[in-house]
Write a protein that binds this ligand. Structure first.
Ligand code: UDP
Length: 344
């Protein structure tokens, strides 16, 4: 909008927050439709581009909404593709590093096809996004639609919900409320954290091009989860301790994007390092102290809720290629009766 585009935003706020768009509502270039794109995506007037970012993205959110997550990646993506097709518009898909699953190749470049457990709890997100890539590519081949795919790696920043459940927002919320920082597993697993403004620049570069990609969009500086916890404690000066929890099922061991393609083709690379990004994010969270206490409690609640999922870790190891009937039964029960049974 700052560069003069008009924006129509469709959201059902299932995992969003109306507060984030409140400042835009009075802007003449902004319109909002309360809509679930899994049901329909209709926009009147001229549409030059469709950016399909609709989906739960935080593990507790998609574990709580397994069927909705599959639906928005499949039907939701096709509705968004049809919207673009009707308007002869550019279409970009927010795909994910989860395409690579628990990667056997490191760091990950776009040519890697991934290592995804198609029946594990995370599969509702991973396979929905893999299908979303497949149907987007098919619309390009079949209808000549101008499709581009971004594979977004871990992203953080202001406007995340404090109770989002992802690691950066959880650690900051916990540090600011004096709660223990909850490290899953031994904390040696790695992620590469991209600041939101960098990511948005990357998405706009993709939107403005006619490139299909896929493009990895992420910050190639890799950290362990323990290093992240230490950075948050140092930044906040918090007296919080660190507490270890079981590692969630199929939690990827390491993740780092190769961004050569985005650098060379889109002229994009991240500019904001983790120290500056954390500083800005901590400042945003610290300015909302009224929300933090309840959010810390909500994070604890989600962690309790996901215990049945972590308890089946042994039944779904990376080396298990042909699960027996017992493992299938053990794996299926918590995935359907666990978070989905008690969630929204
Ligand atoms: N994690 C953690 N403590 C938390 C939340 C997450 O140690 O309170 C770990 C999680 O197990 C994973 C990493 O941090 O290894 C990133 O998790 P997140 O949910 O942010 O994103 P993911 O990359 O798993 O989608």
């Amino acid at each position: 909008m700052r560069r003069g585009d008009s924006v129509v935003c469709l959201d059902d706020f299932s995992t969003g927050d109306p507060e984030n768009i409140a400042p835009l509502l009075s802007h003449p270039g902004f319109a909002f439709q309360h809509a679930d794109v899994s049901v329909s995506a209709e926009v009147a007037g001229r549409v030059d581009a469709v950016a399909h970012l609709a989906s739960p993205a935080s593990p507790p959110d998609y574990l709580r909404r397994p069927l909705e997550t599959l639906r928005v990646g499949s039907r939701g993506t096709e509705n968004a593709l049809r919207l673009a097709l009707r308007h002869d518009a550019r279409f970009i898909l927010a795909s994910t590093s989860e395409i690579y699953g628990d990667p056997l190749v490191h760091p990950q470049e776009e040519a890697y096809w991934g290592n995804v457990n198609s029946i594990g709890p995370r599969s509702v997100y991973d396979e929905a996004k893999r299908y979303a890539e497949a149907v987007s590519a098919a619309y390009r081949r079949t209808h000549g639609l101008n499709v581009g795919i971004a594979r977004i790696f871990n992203t953080y920043g202001p406007r995340m919900r404090p109770h989002d459940g992802r690691v950066v927002s959880s650690f900051i919320t916990q540090a600011l409320t004096g709660e223990p920082l909850t490290i899953y597993g031994d904390g040696k697993q790695t992620r590469s954290f991209c600041y939101v403004d960098d990511l948005v620049r990357g998405l706009l570069a993709l939107l403005d091009s006619s490139e299909m990609g896929p493009f990895n969009l992420g910050n190639p500086v890799e950290r362990t989860v323990t290093e992240l916890a230490e950075a948050v404690l140092a930044m906040t000066g918090s007296p919080s301790e660190v507490k270890h929890h079981p590692l969630p099922v199929d939690d990827p061991v390491r993740r780092r994007p190769v961004i050569t393609r985005a650098r060379e083709v889109l002229g994009w690379e991240p500019e904001i390092d983790i120290t500056e990004g954390l500083r800005r994010t901590v400042a945003y969270f610290a300015a909302r102290p009224d929300r933090l206490g309840a959010s810390a409690a909500a994070i604890r609640g989600d962690q309790d809720e996901t215990v049945p999922l972590t308890a089946v870790t042994g039944a779904a190891t990376a080396t298990q290629t042909i699960p027996g009937p017992a493992a299938e039964t053990t794996g299926a029960t918590p995935a359907t009766a666990g978070p989905s049974g008690s969630g929204g």
